[in-house]
Design a protein. Structure first.
Ligand code: IVH
Length: 677
């Protein structure tokens, strides 16, 4: 088939455009055309290639996916070995490293270093011949790796064809393939929903994705590649500094790490390490340290290599975020809302920069998911400020004595029944404040900074006060005497006086703080504030029904139920009363009269409605400040009579008493006039 010359041109222009826009999107993170336009160009090229299959070339953006699955990966011998790095674990290791280099260079001058994150993924070497990607290989043992060309081609941040013209005819680009944290989370969510195996961490997920013989699977995995060095370079030159060489790779189409910097000496390297350590958890990808490289290529050459690592580079590792240890036992803690949480007691292990001896196991489902037993060797993870987690079990190390974890049917503290509401994963002790554990937690919450803010009343002291039998409830706090408190462990007359003064001071509070401090399930600070603002005083809130509660900002049916359920229970009302009796007070909030044009009026609703729901109409009237009553009296301002109620008792009573009546359209008009509809 003859191919018209203008068609050849068009295909090559489309490929060039698509490669360029791919680079803008995946490498520069700065797309210049909308996705739909990209899709249109892509489709155009696909159509042409379908019509003229002889035009399909390997560097075409349409060819990233679609190669036939392999039966095995072939072996690749690296022309330039892929090296590993020496490690540093302390600032002094870094200073020793710098001194070694200076000694070798016989100079005391500062050395300039390139600093870049050590990405936690899989090392890769990409070979470009005349700008075309011809091979992608894993590191393997450093000399021979696996040919995973088909898989790397599916990764959008890897150019199939280099941009520009001035690249060396043979160029090997090296870097790391990794899975960003967000993509990892999404992948595992999908796996969980489909009941598939989930990955332990982004590195395992990246490795598993690259090991696929069917590249269509790899194509669906959110992988990225970041360039950090070169291997073979033939027939052309690179800049003479590492940082400049990477900038050059970036221009040819590669992603490079945006945290890369050149610094003037070893102390600045240590500072970089500390700064990035702080940022570590906020980065979009996992890193396990910082790599420092002598920036000048000539100096690198002078310094050379020792066995399989360059002398001119070092990896300063962060404390590991995952370690193995033994699960010694599981205890069950009871929280403020009665939630029974299994806590792993671990053989203490240094992880994420601290010694960890406890980790949460969350709930029964998590124990089942992990398949963990007491006695197992487990992998514990502690990242940033997040509480330590058990992430997996090392099955191969399970001892014969390992025993099942038995989730209790009764509360480990008070012995009451533990129940799991259908649809929830959390098991709860049903005893409420009768349970000593819940009581302690409730008092801790009550005293906390965002609640009643009782200075000096920390968790430990609350525990002590309860354990010593000095308090049993929140209100008991306000009856404490300094003489009782000063006898407690680590207290004295001074701190006891201070505590009594702080308790006294906390009595003057605000309605929202008070509501928050009650610890009603799902009522956080914001909801407490909305409730205070909406109702203005406690009585209105206590008597509000669930319908009315739902009128409040961020209160949905579930929260409304928790609130109403809280105030229905006599022991809660008693606790509130006891607190008020102890002297806790606040200023009621003036609810703006303009918002309540019907305040002081009482409505009665009867009959059936066509447009409005009776419950909705009631809530709207109450919102406007009206009271909605169940029976008609001389005090009634208006009776709203729905369809079919002209001979019902309320209508007749209204007639007798001369109380005004209206129908559904009349009510709609009234609500509309006040902006409620
Ligand atoms: S440079 C000759 N730079 O760390 C220098 N390596 O043991 C060779 N790695 O598996 C490596 N981030 O894949 C270098 N910015 C970075 C890196 C990095 C991660 C990995 C690399 C290798 C290991 C070195």
């Amino acid at each position: 088939m003859i191919i018209p010359a203008n068609l050849l041109k068009e295909v090559s222009k489309l490929k060039e455009q698509l490669n360029y826009h791919n680079y803008r999107y995946y490498v520069l993170d700065d797309p210049s055309i909308p996705d739909a336009e990209y899709d249109r160009l892509f489709l155009c090229l696909k159509e042409l290639e379908k019509e003229y299959p002889q035009l399909v070339e390997l560097d075409s953006p349409t060819q990233r996916v679609g190669a036939a699955p392999l039966s095995a990966f072939s072996q690749v011998t690296h022309k330039v070995p892929m090296l590993s790095l020496d490690n540093a674990f302390s600032d002094n290791d870094m200073r020793d490293f710098n001194r070694r280099l200076q000694d070798r260079l016989k100079s005391t001058e500062d050395i300039e270093y390139a600093c870049e994150p050590k990405l936690d993924g899989i090392a890769i070497s990409l070979l470009y011949i005349d700008g075309q990607l011809v091979q992608g290989a894993t590191r393997g043992d450093g000399t021979t790796g696996e040919n995973i060309t088909q898989n790397v081609r599916t990764i959008p941040s890897i150019p199939l064809k280099l941009l520009g013209q001035d690249f060396p005819p043979a160029l090997e680009v090296r870097g790391e393939i990794y899975m960003p944290k967000a993509g990892f989370g999404a992948l595992n969510n999908r796996a969980r929903a489909a009941g598939d195996k989930i990955f332990v961490n982004p590195r395992n997920a990246a490795a598993g994705s690259l090991r696929q013989l069917d590249s269509a699977i790899t194509a669906n995995r959110p992988l990225e590649m970041c360039a950090y060095s070169v291997g073979l370079v033939e027939g052309g030159d690179l800049p003479t500094q590492h940082t400049a060489a990477l900038e050059q790779l970036h221009e040819w189409g590669f992603l490079i790490n945006s945290e890369m910097r050149a610094v003037g000496n070893i102390e600045a390297c240590i500072e970089y390490y500390q700064n990035l350590g702080v940022k570590r958890d906020d980065l979009a990808y996992d890193i396990d340290g910082i790599v420092f490289k002598v920036n000048d290529f000539n100096l690198q050459k002078t310094l050379g290599f020792v066995s399989r690592a360059p002398r001119w580079a070092i990896a300063y590792k962060f404390p590991a975020q995952e370690e193995m240890t033994q699960l010694l036992d599981v205890e069950f803690q009871v929280g403020r809302t009665g939630a029974v949480t299994p806590v792993a007691r671990l053989d203490p292990v240094f992880v994420g920069g601290v010694t960890v001896s406890n980790a949460t196991l969350h709930n029964r489902d998590e124990i089942d998911r992990l398949g963990v037993k007491v006695g197992d060797t487990v992998v514990v993870r502690r990242a940033g400020d997040v509480i330590p987690q058990v992430v997996s079990v090392v099955r191969s190390r399970r001892p014969e004595t390992a025993r099942d974890i038995v989730f209790p049917d009764t509360c480990p503290v008070c012995g009451s029944h533990v129940e799991t509401v259908p649809g929830e994963v959390v098991a709860r002790c049903t005893a409420g404040l009768v349970c000593a554990a819940q009581r302690k937690e409730a008092i801790k919450h009550f005293a906390s900074r965002k609640a009643m803010d009782i200075d000096g009343l920390g968790d430990k002291l609350v525990e002590l006060l309860v354990d010593e039998g000095l308090i049993d409830s929140m209100a008991d706090l306000y009856h404490l005497q300094a003489q009782q408190v000063e006898k407690l462990e680590r207290m004295g007359p001074r701190s006891a006086e201070n505590l009594i003064a702080a308790l006294h001071k906390s009595k003057q509070t605000t309605l929202d703080r008070f509501l928050y401090s009650l610890g009603i399930r799902e009522v956080g600070e914001a909801t407490a504030r909305s409730l205070a603002r909406y109702f203005g005083n406690l009585e209105k809130l206590i008597t509000a029904d669930e319908e009315t509660l739902q009128q409040v900002d961020d209160v949905g049916p579930v929260v409304a139920h928790f609130i109403s359920d809280f105030f229905i229970q006599p022991h809660n009302i008693e606790a509130v009363q006891a607190l008020q009796d102890a002297g806790i007070q606040w200023q009621d909030i003036e609810v703006n009269e303009a918002d309540e044009p019907l305040s002081g009026q009482t409505f009665v609703i009867t009959g059936s409605f066509k447009v409005l729901k009776r419950s909705g109409a009631k809530a709207m009237l109450e919102n406007l400040g009206a009271k909605v009553a169940g029976s008609v009296s001389v005090k009634t301002s208006m009776v709203v009579v729905g369809g079919g109620a002209t001979n019902n008792s309320k209508y007749i009573k209204a007639q007798e008493l001369g109380v005004a009546t209206t129908d559904e359209p009349g009510l709609i008009e009234l609500l509309t006039a006040h902006g409620a509809l």
